[in-house]
Every structure is written in structure tokens, then in C-alpha cells.
Design a protein around this ligand. Structure first.
Ligand code: HXC
Length: 514
């Protein structure tokens, strides 16, 4: 055969192999409002950058007549490419081929591209659209998942790992996304659950739809398994590209540096920060008033909104913001907000992203529900994450910083490098009302007019402690600054922290309160 003939033969083979599960299955995929695996990759990656590997891999199933079936690419497309010019490794499960179910060869393709991502130290993107373990292949499918989970764990903190749920992600399969750094979901398309509606009906006799059980909204709002929610696949891909602009390729690099831009003129701290200390406000407006071009890329926006986390830039460099949200539950810490912030802090720390913490909270959320849900254990994660983080840590106390909340929110005592307070800061063991009621109890009770005395004592406590100057006098706060100086203080603090090094005691690893 001449080279020309062989090339034609190759083209024919590639064309056949890349047709997925055939026209009927593709039509079903389209009818469900979903793109195909290859369309997704092409829509997400930079034009002409995708290089596919293992297209001709054959499945390994022998039982239940599987040996008579041909499953193109064994239901998964793998390869390398670029996003915003970044090199990445990617796999996309192809639901049109045996429901994207994971058999031995399918898993081998995924683990091969994962190994590649680790060797080359580039991010890994996994697009999940699968019925789970291929039932006909039994234990080999389970083995495949185990191999993936192991690699997800080893890669954690070395390369960014991104999971995109664009279809079912059923059974144990959910644990790969759960082990990765960021999970993207799309309304009406993503479905994640350990046991599906059928099993729930059989075992518990309860009827529930897939959407109600583990749809995109459920994971974005309630479980916190998802970090980004989109209305369609294209919006989801735009979110992924945006995320990549803020994070580095791997843990030995810094995120790309951009041109420095001042915050937009419409964002001024003074127009968003209320004069009444009890009035709520949206902390995201304060972040935008500090950040380059007022850009803030929020993470887990819909989950535990009493804390706000996300990426911005200061003078062109990526920073991670962690901020109490006075607009929701007065910005208290609770089980979910502690989990949310702790994981984000660990991501930023692993990938050399400085942390900016904005503090305004009355403390931890009181109540039996929280105590019994383990607020002690979950709350401890936040303290652990801040204490362990060695990236530059800058803290600004805006208003309330009471009790455990003061300590937990990147205080000097957990080794914040710089702690600044606005003149409106109130740093105390607890709020003036509660404090006065306890320490002046007998005086209040003995007074002719107890209510008058109570108010007097509350004011006395406020005058003494509800300000930043006591903390500043002890050096727990480095500087009391005017709110308008916040950006320049942060920017300078980051500049002088560029060479920051911290030597923690040697250990195999810590034992965080998982
Ligand atoms: C083999 C599967 C499959 C699977 C789907 N298919 N899931 N084949 N193993 N797990 C096949 C179907 O037989 C069908 O093949 C094609 O994929 C499309 O599936 P449909 O059911 O027609 O599609 P749809 O109606 O959209 O329903 C999708 C679904 C459903 C909701 C995902 O297929 C489903 O419930 N599958 C099982 C999900 C599940 O329980 N998985 C957990 C497995 S155990 P044909 O040839 O007819 O087109 C597990 C444990 C892992 O994952 C543990 C790791 C620790």
C-alpha cells in the first residue's frame, strides 16, 4: 500500500472510531440538551489545540456477549490541549457509547491521561457523563474507579483538578469529582448521587426524582459538592476558562500575572459600607472596591452564603478572598461556611495564592442544630487551614470580630502576616450586649432602674473594648487604617511578602479534623 492509501485508510479508521455510539445514541444525547464528548472538548479547549490519544483502544469485556460488541474508544475521549494557552490533560466520557459506563479499558485510558498530567505537571479536566461502573465488567470496573481515586488523591495539591458534571455521575463514580478541587455543574444536565431514585424506592419506599435527589441546584446550594453552577454547557466552559486565568499550572508555579488595573470608579468602599454598625451590607461590594478592575470570581456562590470566597487580582497578581458576609446570618461561622472556607484556603495555599481575609462577624452560630451537626469539628477545620497555610496572609477587620470568630478569621495568633483594622472595628470577647449582661449582672439587678443601668454598662463596655485600639495597643493589630487605604496597604503587604518562607516542624502529614 502506498503512503497515500495508508493515509486514506487512517482517515477512515479515525472517522469511524470517533463517531461515538452511532447516530441513534447521538440523537438521544442531543435530545437531552447535551453536547457530545468531542463537541464538549472542542468547545472548551483553544481552537485546534486538542490532540486525542487512545482512540483505537478496545474494551475488555468478555461476559454477557460483550465480546461481540464494539464500543468505540471504550466510551471515553482522552487527550491534551490548551485552555487560554495553558497546557492541560483532559478526558470526556462519551454517554453515547454504553452510557459512558466505566470498564477496564475506559479506566485505563483515564488513568493514563492522569499519569501524564502528573508527570507533565499540568491541570487535569475530567468531563463526567456516565452510568457508572460497567455492570458487565464486574470487579474490573470497580478496580478502575479505585485506580482513579488513588491518582486523584496523589495529584491533590500538585496539579489543579477540575471536574465537569455533564450528565449522570452515579454510584461510586461521584468520589472522583469529590476528590478534585473544583466541580462544575449545569442546570438540568448534571446528576450526582451515590444511590439513585430506583434504589431509594426499593429500599426506603420513597419516590424522588433524579433532579430533586442530586441535580445541579442541589449540589450548588445544599450539599456544597459543586463550586460553579451554570445555565448551559457553554456558560460552564466560560466559567472554566475564567477559573484558569486565576490559577497556576501546578504547585511550583504562580498564577499568570496580568496588567494592574485600579478598581472601577463606581466601586468605592464609602458608598457600600454603612455608617450604622448594625446595618447589613454586601461584602462583595467591598471586595470589588479593593480588587483590580473590580473583578471578583466567586467560588461556591450559592452554598453557605454567610461566607464569601473567590479569586481577584491586586496589582495584577491573583489573590484569594475569604470574607464574612454580613448580609446573610450577620456573617456568622457555622458548619458549612467553615468547611467551605477551609477547603478554599487549602487550595490557595497549595497553589501559591495569597489570602486576603475580610472580617465582620459576631462569632459562631449558636444552637442545638449546629452543635449536633458538629460545629466544633467543622469549625476546627478553618483554624487548621489558616494556621497551616504558609502563603502571604493579610487580614482586614472591618467591623465585628468577636470571640472565636476573631481568632478563626486569620488572626495574628494563627499567623496572619499583616492584620489591619478599620477605625470601625470592634474586637472583643463577645458583643457589648452579651458581655455587659454577664459581667455587670449584679450591678444591673441591684439598680433602681435595671434597664437604664444595663444600657449604661453596655455603653461602658463598648467604649472600652468595641474599637480596634486595645488590640492595636497589644500589637494584635499592626495598623488602624482608613478604609480608603485598604487596597494600598494590601498591595504593599503582598509586595513585601514575595519571599516569605515558613518552616513548620517536620512531620509525615498533619491530622486535620476532616
Ligand atoms: C453498563 C450501562 C450502565 C452501566 C447505562 N448503561 N449505565 N451499561 N453499565 N452502569 C447503558 C444502558 O444499558 C444503555 O445501553 C445506555 O447505557 C444508555 O442508558 P439508558 O438507561 O438508556 O439511559 P438513560 O435513560 O438516560 O439513563 C441513564 C442512567 C441509567 C440514569 C445513568 O442508565 C442508570 O441508572 N444506569 C445505572 C446507574 C447506576 O446505578 N450506576 C451505578 C453502577 S455501580 P443501550 O445498549 O441500551 O443503549 C457503581 C459502583 C462504583 O458505579 C463503585 C466505585 C467505588
Amino acid at each position: 500500500m502506498s503512503i497515500r492509501t495508508k493515509s486514506m485508510d487512517l482517515r477512515k479508521r479515525v472517522l469511524t472510531a470517533s463517531q461515538g455510539g452511532g447516530q441513534k445514541a447521538i440523537a438521544k444525547q442531543i435530545a437531552m440538551g447535551k453536547l457530545t464528548a468531542r463537541e464538549r472538548i472542542l468547545a472548551l479547549l483553544d481552537p485546534d489545540s486538542f490532540h486525542e490519544y487512545d482512540l483505537f483502544v478496545e474494551h475488555a469485556g468478555k461476559d454477557f456477549d460483550m465480546d461481540k460488541k464494539h464500543l468505540p474508544g471504550d466510551g471515553v475521549v482522552t487527550g491534551t490541549g490548551t485552555v487560554n494557552g495553558y497546557p492541560i490533560c483532559i478526558f470526556a466520557q462519551d454517554f453515547t457509547v454504553a452510557g459512558g459506563s466505566l470498564g477496564y479499558a475506559h479506566a485505563k485510558k483515564i488513568t493514563k491521561i492522569m499519569d501524564h498530567a502528573m508527570k507533565m505537571k499540568v491541570p487535569l479536566i475530567g468531563i463526567n457523563d456516565s452510568g457508572g461502573a460497567r455492570i458487565q465488567e464486574g470487579v474490573n470496573s470497580l478496580a478502575g474507579y479505585g485506580e482513579i481515586f488513588y491518582r486523584n488523591t496523589l495529584a491533590s495539591g500538585v496539579i489543579p483538578q477540575i471536574s465537569v458534571i455533564l450528565g449522570p455521575c452515579a454510584g461510586g463514580a461521584v468520589y472522583s469529582p469529590a476528590l478534585t478541587d473544583f466541580v462544575f455543574v449545569v442546570d438540568n444536565i448534571s446528576k450526582m448521587f451515590i444511590t439513585g431514585p430506583e434504589v431509594i424506592k426499593t429500599v426506603l419506599g420513597e419516590e424522588i426524582s433524579m433532579e430533586e435527589l442530586g441535580g445541579a441546584r442541589v449540589h450548588a446550594e445544599t450539599t456544597g459538592n459543586a463550586h460553579f453552577f451554570a445555565n448551559n454547557e457553554f456558560e460552564c466552559f466560560a466559567q472554566i476558562k475564567n477559573l484558569f486565568s486565576y490559577i497556576p499550572w501546578n504547585n511550583s508555579k504562580k498564577a499568570e500575572r496580568f496588567e494592574s488595573e485600579k478598581p472601577k470608579k463606581t466601586y468605592k468602599i464609602s458608598s457600600f459600607f454603612p455608617t450604622d454598625p448594625k446595618e447589613p451590607y454586601d461584602i462583595r461590594n467591598i471586595i470589588r472596591s479593593i480588587a483590580d478592575n473590580s473583578d471578583f470570581f466567586e467560588v461556591q456562590e450559592l452554598f453557605a452564603p454567610n461566607i464569601v470566597i473567590g479569586f481577584s487580582r491586586i496589582e495584577g497578581d491573583t489573590v484569594g478572598f475569604v470574607a464574612n458576609q454580613p448580609m446573610v446570618l450577620a456573617g456568622v461561622l457555622d458548619v458549612d461556611s467553615s468547611d467551605k472556607a477551609a477547603r478554599f484556603i487549602r487550595f490557595c495555599d497549595a497553589f501559591n495564592i495569597p489570602l486576603i481575609t475580610l472580617v465582620d462577624l459576631p462569632g459562631y452560630l449558636p444552637g442545638v442544630d449546629q452543635e449536633h451537626a458538629g460545629v466544633i469539628r467543622h469549625g476546627a477545620k478553618l483554624l487548621y487551614a489558616y494556621s497551616e497555610a504558609t502563603v502571604a496572609k493579610v487580614t482586614i477587620i472591618l467591623r465585628k470580630a468577636y470571640g472565636g470568630g476573631y481568632i478563626a478569621m486569620s488572626s495574628r495568633h494563627l499567623r496572619a502576616d499583616f492584620v489591619f483594622a478599620w477605625p470601625t472595628a470592634e474586637i472583643a470577647v463577645m458583643g457589648p450586649e452579651g458581655a455587659a449582661n454577664i459581667i455587670f449582672k449584679s450591678e444591673i439587678m441591684a439598680a433602681e432602674n435595671p434597664e437604664e443601668m444595663r444600657l449604661k454598662k453596655v455603653q461602658e463596655y463598648k467604649d472600652k473594648f468595641a474599637n480596634p485600639y486595645v488590640a492595636a495597643a497589644y500589637g494584635h493589630v499592626d495598623a488602624v487604617i482608613d478604609p480608603s487605604e485598604t487596597r494600598s496597604f494590601i498591595s504593599h503587604a503582598l509586595d513585601v511578602s514575595v519571599q516569605k518562607t515558613v518552616n513548620h516542624p517536620f512531620k509525615k502529614h498533619g491530622i486535620p479534623p476532616f
